[in-house]
Design a protein around this ligand. Sequence first.
Ligand code: TYD
Length: 138
Amino acid sequence: MSLKACRVIDLPKITDPRGSLTFVEGARHVPFDIKRVFYLYDIPEGVDRGGHALKRCHQFLIAISGSFDVVLDDGIEKRQVHLSQPYRGLYIPPLIWREMENFSSGSVCFALASEFYSAEDYYRDYSEFLRMVGQYQS
Ligand code: TYD
């Protein structure tokens, strides 16, 4: 999968004097049906997360609070995306390695996923990931 398939998507944002509201509808605002939601919070300063690629699962990451960086890697090139707005998310298709870093204090990463959790869906070994994407590219 090429890095070009990863993209930042702006979500609807409805603001009135009471504040703002953003919503996400599966297969409308994100390019997959949503089967699972998870979120990362209480992240200690200086800690990195991610460090994996998924075989089948599509994900969409939102900095619901605070900010963080996502480093995307398709095995050939890398790109860093800074997320800092609750109405903007990053779509990551399968077979993209991602590292998440520079979490601001109190930040929360909200994630939507196309699949239920499965440990078998993960590449957690970077060399194995490179071998796998190399096979696809050759
Ligand atoms: P992990 O994938 O290491 O988190 P991150 O990539 O965000 O740094 O997940 C941490 C633990 O949580 C690991 O034991 C797997 C488990 N987990 C679930 O049980 N269900 C889930 O939906 C997710 C995302 C993780």
